[in-house]
Design a protein around this ligand. Structure first.
Ligand code: 6PG
Length: 244
C-alpha cells in the first residue's frame, strides 16, 4: 500500500446502483476482519446505502459485533437535531441493526465547544487505534466514506480553510462552516481520513458533474487533496460522470 494511490473511477447507472455497489464494497472491507472500523460521512449521498445495510439480504452479511462506526465529520449540534450526521446515520440504520452500543463512536457534540469535541474525539480515536501516531502500514480504518460538496469541500474541510494544511492533528473544530448548514463543525483531518484500506467517494447526483470534473482535473479543491494509504475509489452515477 503506497501513499496517495491514483483514484479509481467506477461509474454506475444510478443512485440505487451506487448504493448497492457501495454496500458491497463495505461488506467486502469488513467481513473477514476480527475488528473492523468504518468512518461514515454525512449529507444525503450515503442515505440509500445506510438504508440498504439495515435491510435483508445485506443486513445478515454485516458482522455487526465486529464493526466499529466512526464519523468523518459532524455538525456541532445534539444527535437528536435534524442536522446531526450521527443522528441521521442512527435513524437510517445504526438504531435498527444489532450494532453493540460501544461499537458506535459519535463525535462528542455535547462538549463545551467544537475544539474540545475535536480533542476528545482525537483521544477516542487514539485509544481505539492503540497509538498516538498513525502508521502507514497499519491503517486506522478499513473504509472511509466521503461526500463531495457543491464547492468541492469534503467532510468539513472547506476551500481556503487552514484545516486543509493540518499535518499533526487527527480532528479539528471548525468554528465557521464554508457551506450550508452554516453551523460549527468537527472534522477529521486529511491525515486521519487517509489512514484507511479504502476511501470511497459517493457521487450520487447529476448536479455534481461540474465540480467533480474540476476535482478530477486537479483543481486545488479539498476533495482533490484527499488521499488514502490504501485504495482511493470514486463511485459515480453516470449522469455525474465527466465526459472523457
Ligand atoms: C456534511 C458532510 C459533507 C457532505 C457534502 C456532500 O456534514 O455536510 O459530511 O461533507 O458529504 O456536503 O453532501 P451531499 O451528500 O448532501 O451532497
Amino acid at each position: 500500500m503506497s501513499a496517495a494511490n491514483q483514484p479509481q473511477l467506477t461509474v454506475v447507472a444510478d443512485a440505487d446502483a451506487l448504493a448497492q455497489a457501495a454496500a458491497r464494497r463495505l461488506i467486502t472491507c469488513v467481513q473477514h476482519k476480527d475488528r473492523a472500523a468504518v468512518c461514515l460521512t454525512g449529507g444525503s449521498s450515503p442515505l440509500k446505502l445506510y438504508h440498504l445495510l439495515a435491510q435483508e439480504p445485506l443486513r445478515s452479511e454485516v458482522p455487526w459485533d465486529r464493526v466499529h462506526w466512526f464519523m468523518g465529520d459532524d455538525r456541532f449540534v445534539p444527535q437528536n437535531d435534524p442536522l446531526s450526521n450521527m443522528g441521521a446515520a442512527r435513524r437510517a440504520f445504526l438504531d435498527s441493526v444489532p450494532a453493540p452500543r460501544q461499537n458506535v463512536h459519535p463525535i462528542p457534540t455535547g462538549a463545551k465547544n467544537p475544539q474540545e469535541a475535536a480533542h476528545r474525539y482525537e483521544d477516542e480515536l487514539k485509544k481505539f487505534y492503540g497509538a498516538d501516531r498513525l502508521d502507514s502500514a497499519r491503517p486506522l480504518f478499513d473504509l472511509v466514506l466521503m461526500g463531495l460538496g457543491p464547492d468541492g469541500h469534503t467532510a468539513s474541510l472547506f476551500p481556503n480553510s487552514p484545516a486543509l494544511d493540518e499535518r499533526q492533528r487527527w480532528a479539528l473544530g471548525i468554528p465557521k462552516a464554508g457551506w450550508e448548514p452554516f453551523v460549527p463543525r468537527v472534522t477529521l483531518t486529511f491525515a486521519a481520513l487517509a489512514s484507511t484500506h479504502e476511501m470511497l467517494f459517493l457521487v450520487d447526483s447529476a448536479d455534481k458533474r461540474q465540480i467533480l470534473a474540476r476535482v478530477l482535473d486537479g483543481e486545488d479543491l479539498p476533495a482533490h487533496r484527499a488521499y488514502a494509504q490504501g485504495d482511493l475509489v470514486w463511485l459515480i452515477i453516470r449522469a455525474a460522470a465527466p465526459e472523457r
